[in-house]
Design a protein around this ligand. Structure first.
Ligand code: T3D
Length: 257
């Protein structure tokens, strides 16, 4: 049997594919464990400077595998053990994470996509806050990401109505970065990640850190943080290389340090 997460190491980056296509790549514990291990490995691997997350088959991810939920379960415990750590892992990873939403992204599947740094989606994809249909609350950061990305009115309606949001509308609303033609999604997403893998990795990690803090900081605190992060970024070899390359009128050769 194929593993539930495929890990494909490329030059400077890694592609992670959710791989339970017969269940629209919905999560069971095993898939959670494999994805967590793959993200940790990507984080620990100095040669890996960007991550691509996508799904196998016609869907990206349909959230929790509901066939594992026929009896009573403590959902708070599984959120604590699996979904929250996954969102935290993606946000804390010191490299950019691109999500290529290749088809439907529902429930936690939609919100895990939104936790990634850059989200591109196939034109045929759709995002569904499916939770309310089964009496649940949006999780995996949904109630955090949605109002910040698209505003409270749209966030509440999506959460309460569970209406599918087509990828083109998601782009128009600012929920995601870009829609791509279905046939071009994989290639374009891979180009994007390959490009990010050649960029100043430490600077990008510090940029992630700044955006993470801006959700709760006031302006003064954020200005102080930017000062501190810029101090760190300014001491990296990649910054020195970027300035040298600019002055030499040549393309920079960033090493990720
Ligand atoms: O439980 C906890 O630990 C708390 C955490 C919760 C996090 C959550 O994500 S809760 C939300 C769970 N997800 C859903 O409620 C979505 C359920 N799926 C759907 O509503 C629909 O499948 C979709 C709208 C996503 C796609 O619809 P459609 O018509 O394109 O496909 P389909 O025919 O419904 O699904 C295709 C197959 O995938 C089908 O199996 P079959 O009939 O071919 O054998 C279907 O049962 C299976 N599938 C889809 N989603 C799930 C699933 N099987 C298990 N769990 C799923 N979530």
């Amino acid at each position: 049997m194929e593993p539930s997460v495929l890990v494909d190491r490329r030059g400077g980056w890694v592609r992670l594919v959710l791989n339970r296509p017969d269940r629209l790549n919905s999560f069971n514990e095993e898939m959670h464990e494999r994805l967590a291990a793959a993200l940790d490995a990507a984080g620990a691997d100095e040669a890996c400077r960007a991550v691509l997350l996508t799904g196998a088959g016609r869907g990206f991810c349909a959230g929790q595998d509901l066939s594992d939920r026929v009896g009573p379960a403590d959902l708070g415990a599984t959120i604590e053990a699996f979904y929250n750590p996954l969102v935290r892992r993606i946000r804390a990873l010191k490299k950019p994470v691109v999500c290529a939403v290749n088809g439907v992204a529902a429930g936690a599947g939609a919100n895990i996509a939104l936790a990634c740094d850059i989200v591109v989606a196939a034109r045929s994809a759709k995002f569904i806050q499916a939770f309310s249909k089964i009496g649940l609350v949006p999780d995996s950061g949904g109630t955090f990401f949605l109002p910040r990305l698209i505003g409270d009115a749209r966030a509440r309606a999506l959460a309460m109505l569970a209406e599918p949001l087509p990828a083109e509308k998601a782009e128009a609303w600012g929920l995601i970065w870009k829609v791509l033609d279905d046939a071009a999604l994989a290639t374009e997403a891979e180009k994007l990640v390959a490009h990010l893998a050649t960029q100043p990795t430490v600077g990008l990690a510090l940029t992630k850190q700044a955006f993470a803090a801006s959700a709760t900081n006031d302006l003064d605190a954020q200005l102080d943080l930017e000062r501190d992060l810029q101090r760190k970024a300014g001491s990296t070899p990649d910054y020195a290389e970027g300035v040298r390359a600019f002055l030499d009128k040549r393309a920079p050769n960033f090493t990720g340090r």
